[in-house]
Design a protein around this ligand. Structure first.
Ligand code: SF4
Ligand code: SF4
Length: 127
């Protein structure tokens, strides 16, 4: 079980939609306090309660240095587990150490970049 916690990170509170709050993709949730985290943590909606990015959920697979608030993206698995999605903020940059890590992943898995309404799929072995 992963020992990581979100702490003050709120990147998914911006990049993902939360239906219960009618919060759209790409807009900060009104309950997120930058640098502090969720202000209604105990009462957050089910969508939020059931979500963990891979940085939090899998501390063995995802290097600690790829923290979402530092690299401006977070990892998530596709539903059928055949690919990794990177949800990217507007100021995301594909830095060399991340590209190297993604090439390693991409040997066996698809890699999908999602930035706003743009979605770019890289099949296995193409990065
Ligand atoms: S992006 Fe990951 S680390 Fe950041 S708040 Fe969401 S689940 Fe937590
Ligand atoms: S309710 Fe809390 S956890 Fe959910 S999106 Fe808003 S700030 Fe994030």
């Amino acid at each position: 079980m992963s020992k990581r916690e979100c702490g003050p990170c709120t990147l998914c509170c911006k990049l993902l939609a939360v239906q219960e709050l009618q919060k759209p993709v790409g807009k900060y949730c009104k309950h997120a306090k930058f640098g502090c985290g969720c202000q209604i943590y105990a009462d957050r909606p089910p969508t939020c309660q059931s979500f963990e990015c891979l940085w939090v959920a899998d501390d063995e697979a995802i290097p600690v240095k790829f923290h979402p608030s530092v690299y401006k993206f977070f990892f998530y698995m596709t539903k059928n587990q055949d690919g990794v999605i990177l949800y990217c903020d507007y100021n995301f940059e594909l830095k060399p150490e991340l590209k190297q890590y993604l090439r390693h992943i991409n040997k066996h898995l698809g890699v999908i970049f999602v930035k706003g309404s743009q979605r770019t799929y890289n099949p296995p072995g193409t990065l």
